[in-house]
Write a protein that binds this ligand. Sequence first.
Ligand code: SAM
Ligand code: DTB
Ligand code: SF4
Length: 330
Amino acid sequence: MPTAPAFDPPWTVDRALALFQAPLNDLLFWSHGVHRRHFDPNEVQLSTLLSVKTGGCPEDCHYCPQSARHATAIEAGPLLPVDRVVDAARRAQAAGATRFCMGAAFRGPKDRDLDHILEYIRAVKALGLETCATLGLLTDEQAEKLARAGLDFYNHNLDTSRDYYAEIVTTRNYEDRLSTLRRVRQAGMHVCCGGILGMGERVEDRAALLVELAQMEPQPESVPLNALVPVPGTPLADCDPVPPLEFVRTVAVARILMPAAHVRLSAGRSRMSDELQALCFFAGANSIFYGEELLTTPNNDMEADRGLFRALGIRAEMRPEVRETHAPGD
Ligand code: SAM
Ligand code: DTB
Ligand code: SF4
């Protein structure tokens, strides 16, 4: 077997591509080794999503069923009342999730909407859950307000490479996304940032996306890897699914480039077999979206996920402060 290449930064697209092109067994051996050095390989973190404001979005993201510019079956709704959000968070916590992620179909929040969202954050945080929100582009002041309300993570995906971005979204650019990510960091929140595979991109675009993420200082704490959920009415409805082993390779390269990040199997998991998910966990994935719905599309059945975890000997990760008060095996 060839000896492992050096895994230290700075990462370049060529170096990342060389990993993508390595024999699969070598790549998995390397990525699993990195994974074991940074994490318990038998623990997976569980996040639950809720769409707190659905549809009617002015942006034109070609993958998204919530854009008002695409003729999909999604109807626009208002921001949910706080008690509905708190009920959903309680159910997620009772089912075993440690993080609750609130998503809104905004280009960015209006200040009036933000005040309402700050109430969700305070209430969900008070339950003892980690909080995450994904609300689109932020100003400095909005990022600071979110952080002060107790928001732990902000999800804001780069989605694809800088070069391919304009093929996927025309109503904002890569730099707009990077500016918001800098504001999130500046305000002291953790960054959740990843992308979507299966939008017609090349392997070079996947490598460039991962290098873009890996070059952030500090690197994102959380990296969601979505497989496109093709929704009728969106411009990407007819894209071919990502070849499963290409998805595994992307997980493995993400793990090597961002050794301390939680790499999340995100949208598209319901089309993955148990065996493919098992291979992704071996490659270095250690987080999933848990709950029967993503934002507007179905996710895996929770009982099936618990069954898969039992079969693989995987435990749900506890929050660090909870773990300290439990002996192993509790
Ligand atoms: N509007 C905000 C924004 O775009 O940042 C937050 C919500 S948006 C729905 C959050 C993320 O969901 C997008 O960045 C994209 O990565 C993901 N997403 C949306 N539609 C998807 C689809 N059909 N398949 C996979 N991922 C999708
Ligand atoms: C992420 O990377 N994926 C999630 C979450 N962050 C917000 C969203 C997936 C959405 C899939 C399509 C839908 O359900 O509308
Ligand atoms: Fe709007 Fe976000 Fe969907 Fe783009 S991904 S259309 S910004 S909800």
